[in-house]
Design a protein around this ligand. Sequence first.
Ligand SMILES: [Zn+2]
Length: 382
Amino acid sequence: MKFCDIPGHDEVKRRLKDMVLGGGRLPHALLLEGPVGAGKLSLARATAQLIHCTNPGADGEPCGECRHCLQHREFNQIDTIYSYPVVKGRGGSATTSDDYADEWRRMLAEQPWGDEELWLRYLGNENAQPAIFAEESVSISRKLSFTSHDASKKIVIMWLPERLNVTAANKLLKLLEEPLEGVMFILTSDHPRQILPTVYSRLQRIEVPAYSEHEMAQWLMDAKGADAESARSAAALSGGNLIAAERALAARDGSSGEMFTRYCEMMRLAYQRDVRSLKRWSTDMASLGREGLIRWLRYASEMTRKNFCMNIGMGNLCAMPQDERQFSQRFSRFVTVNNTEGIERQLQSAAIDIAGNSQAKLVLFDMAVKIIMLIHRSQTAS
Ligand SMILES: [Zn+2]
């Protein structure tokens, strides 16, 4: 992660670059504090990469090409320890960040601005109360006791230290009170007031403000290819939060939101065997036009596959917005090994027919009637 991959925050970036490259002593423990979606974790990652980079540019950016930079990109830089809240294992057994390292890498690779809500989805447990448990502090302290692999600085990036439980926080405090040579902590917090005061007072703090509407709109245009009007409107709804801005932009495009509603409606009517309403649904759908329909059929096929994954207990592998996941938690029991292939085949063959200029509403109605039968075959032995 380079600083230039993170929108805005020119002043914060300048301070962080000066801190690393200015020749002064690095703080033992730094806290980046500010609202959700302000890019704090990304700033922490860029800072760690700059510290390790062997060939930083004149612009204060890590080079992106040296061995350490490449390792940072793959999340396997040996002297970088990530620590974050997790959920207890089966039967309440103790867990540490290491137990969820794959999920963590996957989230950051797919959504670098990931927030706690998204993280819970990757953990496969949206109702859990994630925490950093005492075992995690023990694990960090053990990792720090090994000699550094490359004689480079060991950096602990701790996401959401407000989630440290009291025992874990007290153990961490010991590490902060007696700093080890060659070790730096970079903590990023959405709710700094919830950090144990004795820990908080040990941290050198940098405030990372919410994005301004102007910064956000600029980013949506530059990085997301939004037109000026959509960017302005999504930025206004975002509250300075990168993830909220992306969602607002997607909703404005009508992309996922409307497609999802149409999928739910078809499946609900198919389940109710409501042939008459499905006929109306097919006529309405035809107004999407050929390209729109093909896009929707592709989306419907993807949603069906995700529901099947959920049915077989692999839902945590599917990235889904909250509304889709809530629907799928109920609907996925109807997408089983008996019918998933059949449903996907119907959706795909409808796409082929529509691409070949067949009359859309007839194709869709025919497909919907076959899906009625398939949905009701979910529990039958094949
Ligand atoms: Zn480098």
